[in-house]
Design a protein around this ligand. Structure first.
Ligand SMILES: *[C@@H]1O[C@H](CO)[C@@H](O)[C@H](O)[C@H]1NC(C)=O
Ligand SMILES: *[C@@H]1O[C@H](CO)[C@@H](O)[C@H](O)[C@H]1NC(C)=O
Ligand SMILES: *[C@@H]1O[C@H](CO)[C@@H](O)[C@H](O)[C@H]1NC(C)=O
Ligand SMILES: *[C@@H]1O[C@H](CO)[C@@H](O)[C@H](O)[C@H]1NC(C)=O
Ligand SMILES: *[C@@H]1O[C@H](CO)[C@@H](O)[C@H](O)[C@H]1NC(C)=O
Ligand SMILES: [Cu+2]
Length: 170
């Protein structure tokens, strides 16, 4: 069980590292090559130079109980510094379970869904509308979890994932 989680993170990190190579390889193809994506359209947009991406956590599943976010993170890696993650979840009412977003301080707490040293970054109400936005500013591992039900959503609901954003190379 413990090994399983550790293994998953190692794979995640390995894939992220591998992503450096992939990113580099296709970078010139994407940006210096002859590929014009709809020439001129993103001009003047903050993302004009593709300095960052906006990524909805979970894609169309949003941030919910029972979706495998570790798997999602692996499939969507690599992540880059200044990428923006968006957590979307319904504000609580009588029929929906509340969710939230916490950052855990290290791998061990992440592995155990241990919220003791956690930092709450989004309240249960912040996932509505456009969702809660979080920019991956630093070169460090980020351990995201849902903090509801004292770790139950993290442990049983799989509402947890780790990312280590890479530098972008131009
Ligand atoms: C990189 O480019 C190659 C050749 O164009 C392509 O087959 C491969 O899927 C690309 N990889 C990524 C990660 O885009
Ligand atoms: C990209 O845009 C430039 C300038 O508009 C043009 O000269 C070039 O042919 C375009 N390349 C492709 C592959 O469409
Ligand atoms: C995008 O590139 C242009 C030209 O290379 C530069 O002037 C501009 O400052 C860049 N914008 C950002 C957000 O990096
Ligand atoms: C979630 O996905 C990861 C990576 O694909 C996998 O290793 C893990 O077993 C999955 N967890 C569950 C509970 O299915
Ligand atoms: C609770 O929220 C869900 C999802 O937004 C919505 O479909 C449902 O109608 C809401 N129920 C009540 C009682 O407001
Ligand atoms: Cu939750």
């Amino acid at each position: 069980m413990g090994m399983g989680n550790a293994g998953a993170l190692l794979i995640l990190v390995a894939i992220s590292m591998f992503g450096i190579g992939l990113g580099n390889k296709n970078f010139s193809g994407d940006w210096n090559g002859n590929w014009n994506h709809t020439a001129g359209w993103p001009y003047g947009h903050p993302n004009a130079n593709q300095t960052s991406k906006t990524i909805i956590v979970g894609g169309s599943e949003n941030w919910r109980f029972g979706f495998n976010y570790t798997d999602w993170a692996i499939r969507n890696s690599p992540f880059y510094m200044n990428d923006k993650l968006v957590f979307k979840y319904d504000p609580p009412n009588d029929t929906t379970f509340p969710h939230s977003v916490y950052l855990l301080p290290n791998f061990r707490s992440f592995q155990n869904c241990d919220l003791r040293g956690a930092k709450k970054i989004a309240q249960v109400t912040q996932g509505g509308g456009e969702g809660f936005e979080f920019v991956l500013k630093r070169w460090q591992p980020y351990y995201f979890v849902c903090g509801e039900r004292n770790g139950f959503h993290c442990k049983v609901g799989m509402m947890k994932f780790a990312v280590w954003p890479l530098f972008r190379w131009y």
